[in-house]
Design a protein around this ligand. Structure first.
Ligand SMILES: [Zn+2]
Ligand SMILES: [Zn+2]
Length: 147
């Protein structure tokens, strides 16, 4: 099933096939809190090859907890955070779930960084929960390489 999304003003759009989504997560890290202005970011993991983005994203670069460099892509016009990735693993992209045109189908697999989650936006009960970064990137590396 084809899925699509966009930033708030519509200058950035993207699409992909739902079957190509690897997993979905809530991230409660402080950087996600600051960049979204919310208690957490909700992200979808998708192989870069399977994602088509139209429009020019701007990127803000910062250091991730595992020493990686995180590039957060946003619309230069409306400021919506749309997609991010780790510079060391460019073959995997993280889409911000709130930018999907329809996100009703989304199933979340786990929460990251419960150690910096706030009580007013606590990790969802009964969901697998990691205190920090579960380092899924290195385990996903092989999966992605085989695609
Ligand atoms: Zn925009
Ligand atoms: Zn985060």
């Amino acid at each position: 099933m084809k899925q699509s999304g966009s930033c708030q003003c519509g200058l950035i759009t993207y699409h992909f096939n739902q079957e190509d989504v690897l997993s979905a997560h809530h991230c409660h890290c402080k950087d996600c809190q600051r960049s979204t202005g919310c208690g957490k970011a909700t992200i979808l993991y998708i192989p870069s090859k399977k994602l088509t983005i139209e429009g020019d994203l701007k990127f803000y670069e910062s250091k991730g907890s595992m020493g990686s460099t995180i590039k957060r892509g946003f619309c230069g016009n409306c400021g919506s955070g749309v997609m991010s990735y780790a510079k060391e693993l460019p073959m995997l992209k993280f889409i911000k779930a709130g930018t999907l045109d329809d996100s009703s189908w989304l199933k979340i697999d786990s929460s990251f960084f419960s150690n910096s989650a706030e009580e007013w936006n606590a990790p969802v009960k009964d969901l697998k929960c990691y205190e920090g970064n579960p380092d899924m990137l290195s385990s996903l590396k092989n999966v992605i390489k085989s695609l």
